[in-house]
Design a protein around this ligand. Sequence first.
Ligand SMILES: [Zn+2]
Ligand SMILES: [Zn+2]
Length: 148
Amino acid sequence: MDTLQGGCTCGAVRYSVKPGFRFKLYACHCTDCQTRTGSAFGLQLAVFPADISVSGDTSCGEYSAPSGAQVKVFGCSKCLTRLYTTNDRNPLAAIRAGTLDNSNELVPFAHFWVGSKQPWVIIPEDAAALETQPRSPEDWVKLLGPQS
Ligand SMILES: [Zn+2]
Ligand SMILES: [Zn+2]
């Protein structure tokens, strides 16, 4: 397992993720992710926050997820690229995987909330496609992880 490197658009914030527990990559097609990202889906890599090292000034935004969880979004203070989120009901942080330097090599293992995906997004046949998303921590582990 490699250390991952990533950063924001303007270069003021860089981060790395040291080897450790990582879920496989997933894409979320829920309408909240579409709104949050301003795009067609969220692409997320779940890791422990303690494995993330950040350099540069970040700002933190907050919102309530539909589940009621309080989510904190960390992004570059200068260019507002969002880098990762944490959640008060989940010990893992979600890296916005498009900010990783090797994002061109990343392929989502699973797709969530496919009922609300944009109609032009075609899910590859070999990827897991869920109408919703895993509910319990056990279901998350069963489907997505951990990477070795
Ligand atoms: Zn920036
Ligand atoms: Zn979502």
